[in-house]
Design a binder for this molecule. Sequence first.
Ligand code: 0A1
Ligand code: ZN
Length: 862
Amino acid sequence: MSSSVNKIYLKDYTPPSFAVDSVHLNIKLFEDHATVDSVLNMSRQHQGDLVLFGQNMSLTAISINDQPLQPSEYQLDDTQLVIANAPDTAVVKISVRHQPQKNTELEGLYIAGEGDDVMFVTQCEPEGFRKITYYPDRPDVLSVFTTRLEADKKFPTLLANGDLIESGEVAEDSSRHYAVWHDTSKKPSYLFACVFADLAVLEDRYTTIEDREVKLEIYAKAHDIDKCHVAMQALKDSMQWDEENYGRAYDLDRYMIVAVSQFNMGAMENKGLNIFNTSCVLSSPETTTDARSFSVKSIIAHEYFHNWTGNRVTCRDWFQLCLKEGLTVFRDQSFSADHQSPAVQRIDDVSMLRAHQFSEDAGPLAHPPRPSSFVEINNFYTSTVYEKGAEVVRMLANTLGEKYRQGTDTYFERYDGQAVTVEDWLSALSAQGKSVEHFIDWYTQPGTPEVSGHQNYQYDEQTQLGKLTVSLSQKTRQVEGYDAPKALPIPINAAVFDKRTGAIIEERLLMLDEDSQQFVFDNLATVDGAEPVLSLLRDFSAPVQMRFEHSDEDLAFLLAHETNGFNQWQSAQALVNQILLNQKDPAIYLEAVKKAFLSLAQTDAMLAARILDIPAERELATAVNTNYKPEQMKQKWQGLKQQLADILKAQWTQIYEQLPITQYQDTPEARGQRALRNVVLDMALTAGIDEAHDWAKAQYDNARCMTERLGALSAMINHQHPDKAEMLADFYQRFNQEALVMDLWFSVQASDDNASVAEVAALIERKDFDWGTPNRIRAVVGSFAAQPTKLWTPQGVQLYISVVRKLDETNPVLASRLLQALSRWYTLAEPMREQAKQQLQQLSSQIKSKNVTESLQTLLKA
Ligand code: 0A1
Ligand code: ZN
């Protein structure tokens, strides 16, 4: 591991010395290489050198204003080309050559797939464009792009951003053709994209509120094109949603989406030409689970919403990443909440935040949504930047109420076409008369605040009115390398309930913005003058750890009476945490959750399925900072699940039978029924109901969709069904032509509680474990890492590290992301702690990439 890693600081930001007024690219793809000729029309903005970034390519020609440059006239190294004394107006022409055929990094222009399925696509965010040609590859340099693509006719699909203005056969070679694309909007290079492929297309249209006729096109392999309808509908829904909720209409005549199997992340918002991981765009009932299909819709929305939050208004520098990501995630979460039960949407979003972001914030990888330094920006596409960033925007929206929409209008009017900062965002929101500028501390301070508190009640016999005093205080841990933590503005949605009637008597937003504060609810008229029950942080109104001194009885009361579905679920979670982390007796919880479940099962199947949630072991472990024993935690987890299954044992059969398999429908109700059926099946098997083995087999055989089939298959695997091997083979037989379904096949096996580390290793050894496809790697390695008892063994860590080591050579972005899952190593009990530490230290001498080096160094600092 190289010891000196070059850190970049936000405080060192300087504006670019040159603007690029327009750029012409001519990208020619050949059998074993590509050439890129570019013409950059540049003009000076500030003093300083003309700096062009470039990597992994050879420079074949360079001129300024048609004068070829001599090597002595510029400085060239592995990462940049610097021209001192460039004229103020410079037409820079550059030719380069590289080999996308050998590019396995899934960044820059890269090869995806093989044989007849081969295609070439780009991924430029954040710094991939510099692997295509020398360029001022930074988000604050915006330009108008014209792109000519040329390739063999075996790639009939030639796409780039904007509109197609010309295409035809190459004059000197009839086996080749070309296409010229022009994008009228100014964009930073990270939003550039192009595609050379042989794809089918699904077409549709949308007329915007401004009367623009937009062509919508989704490109995928012919075999997959019938799986693009869900995404197409979601795209149209998103376009309409953004018009209705943010007043934003689409601004080009064409919107294209391309599906590719080899992609590091979910998708990418390139202007007018989104590139999507197939797993985030393809969906059909037979091959895609409900959860996946729902996330396809939300990712389509996410990328579409970036057109305004990210593309039209972009980031000044990469430290501002959360400006576009936090805001866009908040927007896609709001869109999704309009398409299913808002309570369940919130439960999903918060579960995700707690499982990933809270643990990031609790360990050595802690950083604020807007970091102030980094070595490799690719390491900062984190749950803190995305999910915590979204929570901050949610707090801003709640705090501003109606003024939020006026604030976003101001933001778009003021900064359209510009590259801006988080401060600019807060200043636009604050322009409506209510300042939210002090929320900047949420963007710059790491760590999850802990809010603790208690209530005090006084009843006046004379007036027969009560006074409830709520004492709250906040504390955020000090993270090494950051200033002493400040008190943050924490909006806490509260409701006061009458204990006797279960009705809400008062609702209020409490703004906790000091270390400690008291809030008073006065003149409360409750039946019998009884002390009221307080519900706090409704809808999870701030990303904090809430430790309010609720009695178990009060939590059980809220589980029964809360009208906010999120907090109803949260009271069950709070009770579970008491039991698993504080050794509380489970009796109250079990009775209360049983009641709530039976009632919800009749009214809201989706929420019923979630009310039985026990936080994943990994999430529970976030609360354990030393002496963590995964095996012990798992036993407790399983023990509680068993008790839950047993207490409802007499009901499972009836509930399962009330949920017969019917014709597939994609409605919230139908999805709720399917989710509930799968939970009940698993619970019935846990409770030892013998017939449930037959239900599982029948559900598998009669399944009308993947949610039903996979639910049955995983139940059979996890509960050691006698036919499990046969069913796995059947599943393989049915779906081995569907890569995304085979990911599920790998994943259910890697998630199998009964499988040993050696069995997981055997999955990795298989020929169809494809090292070039991140989806397949995650299906196995990600599912495996979600089981702490397996991961945190010498063999488990060894296996995991061997995967990171291998990917360090071929795909550093993915390698580094995977490595981050080991960040809680230091919480383990001995001897595993020392063992893991040594294994990580050994890894340091074996890796090369900047990405993995930075992550590993940070990880070892714990
Ligand atoms: N901006 C994309 C995320 C993304 C980031 C990096 C990538 O490649 C290394 C790809 C996509 C989004 O938020 O959807
Ligand atoms: Zn995004």
